[in-house]
Design a protein around this ligand. Structure first.
Ligand code: GTP
Ligand code: MG
Length: 221
């Protein structure tokens, strides 16, 4: 099977303060590597991964890895509008990165309205207590409460150990896919958040069609 074939393409943005580990999460997910010393992202980087969300439905995930540093904000802002999903990442051992999450969320909302980006909140560096690299200063309970208030799921993960990294990305992907099936997410002209290889067939119709009626045609990237 050609691994570059896909039925849908989702654009997903990584957001959160500098050093929370956004690039490390993507390196772990797409290359299965972890680096103690990683250059800070300059502007925006780009990663690709493929995921089968159900049998014969393959999604190409395009990730925009944004720089958390404030001086790049005008560049990273221009990527909000064409993202269908996002991971809002904070560092479990750095309280201010958690406190900034509502600001990141609000900033995106302002730029994409009247549409929405489907987010997952990630408490990252969950290894921090065990590895001695720093102590956890944000409890699971308060992070779950914030996620609930912002209307998004919450997951704790570590790029260092690999724990829950795939879960975090798959949660985001499945949330978008479910949104497509339910009609919450719609493919719009002039918007690159979601692309389909069968553009005339509405994804919400797909949910109602029998298995045999799913689009057979696949598209290369
Ligand atoms: N203990 C621990 N350290 C991590 C983890 N993930 C990343 N780090 C470290 O955190 C530092 C910052 O990671 P990056 O992935 O560059 O952070 P970033 O969010 O991409 O930062 P910007 O590009 O500046 O926005 C690096 O030194 C990593 O080695 C993790 O899961 N556990
Ligand atoms: Mg980075």
């Amino acid at each position: 099977m050609d691994l570059t074939l896909w039925q849908y393409q989702f654009r997903i943005i990584m957001l959160g303060d500098s050093t929370v580990g956004k690039s490390s999460m993507l390196k772990r997910y797409t290359e299965d590597v972890f680096m103690e010393c990683l250059n800070q992202t300059v502007g925006v980087d780009f990663y690709v991964h493929f995921l089968e969300v159900e049998p014969n439905v393959r999604v190409k995930l395009q990730f925009w890895d944004t720089a958390g540093q404030e001086r790049f904000r005008s560049v990273t802002r221009s990527y909000y509008r064409n993202s269908v999903g996002g991971l809002l990442v904070f560092d479990l051992s750095n309280r201010s990165t958690f406190e900034h999450i509502p600001e990141w969320h609000q900033e995106v909302r302002e730029h994409v309205q009247p549409h929405a980006v489907l987010f997952v909140l990630v408490g990252h560096k969950s290894d921090c207590d065990a590895s001695g690299g720093g102590e956890r200063v944000v409890s699971r309970d308060e992070a779950e409460k914030l996620a609930g208030r912002l209307g998004m799921p919450y997951v704790e993960a570590s790029s260092k150990t690999g724990d829950n990294i795939a879960t975090a990305f798959e949660l985001a992907t499945r949330r978008i896919y479910q949104g497509l099936l339910s009609g919450e997410v719609e493919i719009r002209d002039g918007w690159d958040g979601v692309k389909s290889s069968a553009p005339r067939q509405q994804p919400s119709q797909l949910a109602r069609t029998a298995e045999s009626e799913r689009p057979e045609k696949k598209c290369a990237c």
